[in-house]
Structures are given as structure tokens and as C-alpha cells.
Write a protein that binds this ligand. Structure first.
Ligand code: MLT
Length: 246
């Protein structure tokens, strides 16, 4: 029997929105990861029937869009704390069906929506987290394009949880049978993942942001964000709106 040719793709990882600015996403699939908590929260919301997210970098923009569209929910955080007058924060627990089914959510978060704002210019922008690793990997394997994984990081710097999640996604893409040529960033992310592979929850608890969330009483969110492959959804950002094809 003739052996099927392996899909060959290049995978790159950026560790902060600043680093992303220097990359050309042309022709690539871009995956934005803010695993604690923005992208995990979006996936949870879609699982509960949310119609769409409109991600915006600033609080002012979010308030303006919500004023012009009073049927939208206004959501987000700064320092993980919900904002004055907003309907929802950034905890996945806020996004139950009762709150978000059929709703469009305008969202601003410190790092996640800011990274999304700089992630355009490629063929597609996907939303990734530990929750939907295999679904995103299979999607990428089917498309066969080069991949740029954009970690949200923390305030412009490297953060451990997004980098380990990027490495987990790389391993999952390889698991689909694709042959990957990896940049230094991609190799580093995969090595980090291999170090933490047996204790992803422990890594999420121990990283800087995980410790902070725990300290301010949001530790339960970390458990939710650690549920590897709990979702098959692959949200995609098109013309400023994040949706899932149902
Ligand atoms: C962000 O976008 O910086 C985060 O998702 C922060 C958070 O945990 O709310």
C-alpha cells in the first residue's frame, strides 16, 4: 500500500504581544492563547451557547460599543477584577447558559483581547487553550498551513502557562501525524510542556498568575482552565468578531 504523504508545516511561537508585532502572519493560521483565563473563558461561554465575542483592547472602546448596542453584554477585567458597571467579569464561572446563551459579549481583558487585536493579517485567527487542544490541533492539521501561536503573556512579558499551553498544542498537532518544522520559540515551548506534562494543574497553580488568582479567591477558575480537551469547539475571530460554526 502507498504511504500517505505527511503534512509538513512550520510552527512558530511568540511569547508576548510585543514579540507578535515583529512577525508576519501572512498565509498562516494564528492561534491566540490566554489560558488563564480569557481564551478558556471564551471557550466555556461558547459551550454554554454564547453567540459571539467582540474583543477590544480598551475599557473605553468596550463601553462605547456596548452603549451603541444595548443588547450586548459588557464584560472583562483588570487585575482579574470585574469592571465597574460591567455585566460580567472574566471568570469562566460567569459564563453559564443563563447568562450568555444567545448573547453577544463585548470583552476587554488585560492581555488576551490586546493580543487578539494584534493577531490579524493571517489566514485565520483561532482561540486556543488547554480546554480545546486536540480540536484546534486537528483543525490545524486539516488546514495544513504554517502556524503562529501567539501567547498573551503578562503585561508584555513571558508567562509560563501560555507557553506550556503552546507547547501542548504543538505536541497535539504532531499527534495528528503532521510533520512540523519548529522555530526556536516552538522548540522551547514544546520542551516546557514536556517538563510539565504530568502536572498541568500544578503548573497552573504555581505560575505567577495562578498564584495571584488563588490569592484573590479565584482558585476555582484554575481548575476549570486545567480541563484538557473538555471542548471540541474551535472559535475563530473574523472581522473583529469571535464565533463558532455550529
Ligand atoms: C488577561 O487577559 O490578562 C487575563 O485573562 C486575566 C484574567 O485572569 O482575568
Amino acid at each position: 500500500m502507498k504511504e500517505q504523504a505527511k503534512v509538513s508545516m512550520q510552527v512558530d511561537v511568540t511569547f508576548s504581544p510585543h514579540e507578535l508585532q515583529g512577525r508576519d502572519p501572512g498565509g498562516k493560521s494564528v492561534v491566540v492563547i490566554d489560558t488563564l483565563r480569557a481564551t478558556s473563558t471564551m471557550i466555556t461561554a461558547f459551550e454554554n451557547g454564547c453567540a459571539a465575542f467582540i474583543p477590544v483592547p480598551t475599557v473605553e472602546e468596550a463601553r462605547k460599543i456596548a452603549r451603541e448596542n444595548p443588547e450586548y453584554l459588557l464584560a472583562g477585567e483588570r487585575r482579574a477584577v470585574p469592571l465597574e458597571g460591567f455585566h460580567l467579569g472574566n471568570s469562566p464561572r460567569d459564563y453559564c447558559a443563563r447568562n450568555v446563551k444567545g448573547k453577544v459579549v463585548v470583552m476587554t481583558t488585560t492581555n488576551g483581547t490586546r493580543t487578539l487585536a494584534g493577531a490579524g493579517g493571517g489566514e485565520e485567527v483561532l482561540i486556543g487553550a488547554f480546554l480545546n487542544l486536540t480540536a484546534v490541533a486537528e483543525h490545524l492539521g486539516r488546514k495544513g498551513r504554517d502556524v503562529l501561536i501567539a501567547c498573551a503573556g503578562e503585561k508584555g512579558f513571558f508567562c509560563l502557562e501560555d507557553s506550556v499551553c503552546a507547547g501542548a498544542l504543538i505536541a497535539a498537532i504532531e499527534g495528528t501525524g503532521a510533520y512540523l518544522s519548529k522555530t526556536d520559540g516552538a522548540n522551547a515551548a514544546k520542551l516546557l510542556y514536556e517538563y510539565y506534562v504530568d502536572n498541568i494543574y500544578g503548573m497552573l497553580l504555581g505560575c505567577d498568575w495562578g498564584q495571584y488568582l488563588e490569592k484573590i479567591g479565584l482558585g476555582r477558575d484554575i481548575r476549570i482552565c486545567a480541563q484538557i480537551d473538555s471542548s471540541r469547539l474551535v472559535p475563530v475571530c473574523r472581522k473583529g468578531k469571535i464565533v463558532v460554526e455550529r
